[in-house]
Design a binder for this molecule. Structure first.
Ligand SMILES: [Zn+2]
Length: 427
């Protein structure tokens, strides 16, 4: 199975909200009014059209041609063309999904159920569609990169990131999902069947390249990992100047493993003492690194004194290996300290990867499927009773979404014909 999505032909489809179907059928009879409506809609989003690279902009848009798509039940669709660069944009009304017979309201229910953790088969049964149709829909959404979609939402590229790989299973193979998260948003989610540093560097490199395409001066200032060797190495290779930190929660969970042969209550007691220690250092306003250095030394002495020299030495050695990563977290107040949100994201995604295992086929793309799932994760609002209820991850992080309807947002934002960004493109 292919691991990366095939580079799609330049897709300049744009989804436009015509509010209701009758408005659309009225407008398609009047070319001038149609183009004006479309332009007003694009303006209201604050988007640009994705012209050809050579276009200096300023060209007028004209109605290009029209054609009927039989697959869409004979629906007439207009294309508009830039008079300067001749780029042709296909205008899809909001009530149609690109290349799909499925209606958006049916897709919306099936995607929501998928996002909620139901298997693809059950989701498909609910919507009276085939599981394969749902799988392909998610893959189609995943054709647009996470970086492209998130920057269209006016989110700045993340300067501090959490990078971690989920270890998972696909059929009988062990697989890895290298992931980059910032706050509540997934910026990168991919798939690797190797855990080598080279494989991870290649995966995270896809994110880096997408980010550099958006902003050539993009730099990562800090990255938090769980200390997995390949992840750390790939971060060092791709972001040489970045501060690399080790997750503090990971440290807390790992401590009991270092206390070999101790009774569980004793280990738990020391774990909570270690937790308090890290928390105290983190919440200090100054000299955090110095304080941590002193506290670690004192803590190792305490272990030696209470449970023996062997234990003390082992913990001391572990501190020695890890402390530079913990110092890195405390050196910069903007560094993320724990990977809790990323773990939640991984657990949510893992269930779907598991659900996907029945859908291995030669045309499939795990990368596209995972990217599609990550779009759902970023754009579907949290449940009513949750914290940040009715807002999606993108909004919680300060991003803008085009409309109050998440399905419509998904359609608009994953259209290939838009560019984000408030400043006009070369105009
Ligand atoms: Zn143009």
């Amino acid at each position: 199975m292919r691991q990366t999505a095939k580079a799609p032909r330049e897709n300049r489809t744009i989804t436009v909200d015509f509010h209701d179907e009758s408005t659309y059928f009225q407008l398609i009879r009047d070319g001038k009014a149609f183009v004006e409506f479309v332009l007003a809609f694009i303006l209201s989003l604050g988007f640009q059209l994705n012209h050809k690279a050579t276009c200096s902009g300023g060209g007028c848009l004209t109605r290009h041609s029209h054609y009927a798509r039989l697959r869409l039940g004979g629906l007439t669709i207009w294309r508009i063309q830039c008079t300067k660069c001749k780029a042709v944009f296909t205008v899809l009304p909001h009530f149609v999904l690109r290349y799909r017979k499925m209606r958006p309201d049916v897709a919306q229910n099936a995607l929501l159920a998928t996002h909620g953790g139901l298997s693809l088969e059950l989701c498909a049964v609910i919507g009276h569609i085939s599981p394969m149709a749902l799988y392909r829909l998610v893959c189609a959404l995943g054709q647009q990169s996470l970086v492209a979609v998130l920057t269209r939402c006016a989110l700045p590229l993340p300067v501090y990131i959490l990078a971690d790989e989920k270890h998972s299973h696909c059929l009988t193979d062990k697989v890895y999902l290298p992931t980059i998260v910032s706050g509540r948003v997934i910026w990168h989610l991919s798939y690797s069947d190797s855990k080598s540093a080279a494989a991870f560097t290649q995966s995270y490199g896809v994110f880096q390249q997408a980010a550099l395409d958006q902003e050539p001066s993009y730099r990562v200032k800090g990255a938090l990992t769980d200390g997995f060797d390949s992840t750390t190495k790939s971060m060092r290779t791709l972001f040489p100047g970045a501060r690399l930190g080790n997750c503090l929660r990971h440290a807390i969970n790992k401590l009991p493993d270092k206390l070999v042969g101790l009774a569980a209550p004793l280990r738990q007691g020391l774990r909570s003492k270690f937790h308090t220690l890290l928390h105290r250092c983190r919440t200090r306003t100054s000299l955090r690194v110095v304080a941590l250095g002193q506290s670690l030394r004192r803590f190792a002495d305490h272990i030696t004194a209470t449970v023996g020299e062997d234990q003390g030495e082992r913990v001391q050695k572990w501190f020695g290996d890890k402390k530079s990563g913990w110092y890195a977290v405390l050196e910069d107040p903007q560094m993320p300290a724990m990977s809790t949100v990323l773990d939640q994201a991984h657990n949510a995604i893992d269930r779907k990867l598991f659900a996907m295992k029945y859908f291995h086929h030669p045309d499939g793309s795990q990368a596209a499927f995972l990217t599609g799932l990550a779009h759902l994760y970023n754009l579907i609002p949290y449940q009513r009773r949750a914290k940040n209820a009715d807002r999606c991850g993108v909004e919680v992080e300060g991003g803008r979404v085009p409309t109050s309807d998440w399905m419509l947002n998904l359609q608009i934002l994953t259209s290939g014909g838009y560019r984000g960004g408030p400043e006009p493109l070369n105009h």
